[in-house]
Design a protein around this ligand. Structure first.
Ligand SMILES: [Zn+2]
Length: 117
């Protein structure tokens, strides 16, 4: 199945709107509510974490022997930035769309209501 295509009508969603409206995505062609598949979300999240770890490693090596004021900020701030950008870009590239019933809450959320005290 092609990336970012609506399973209902086959229209391709723009990469930007998949990243920006990932929780309330609506097909621009047939107006059907869409959701991003769990696999795509997890893939993007792990790619972001990997990108952040690589950025932390590079920045730490770069600033390890420099003792400047606020030098500790960069190994925290730059990996955070890298993780955010890598996760969003990965989601744009791999997002696999599936039909949604329009309810953004996961279906397993109602499980706790069956617990008796
Ligand atoms: Zn559609």
């Amino acid at each position: 199945m092609a990336v970012r295509t609506c399973p209902n009508c086959g229209a391709v969603m723009p990469a930007g709107s998949v990243a920006v409206y990932s929780y309330d995505l609506v097909c621009a062609n047939c107006q059907h509510p869409l959701a991003i598949s769990e696999l795509s979300r997890n893939l993007a999240a792990f790619a972001g974490l990997a990108g952040g770890a690589i950025a932390w490693w590079i920045v730490t090596l770069r600033f390890a022997e420099q003792h400047v004021a606020l030098g500790w900020v960069w190994p925290v701030f730059l990996p955070y930035l890298a993780a955010s950008v890598v996760a969003a870009v990965t989601l744009m590239l791999v997002a696999n769309l599936e039909l949604s019933d329009g309810d953004p809450a996961p279906h397993g959320a109602a499980v706790t209501s069956h617990v008796h005290h």
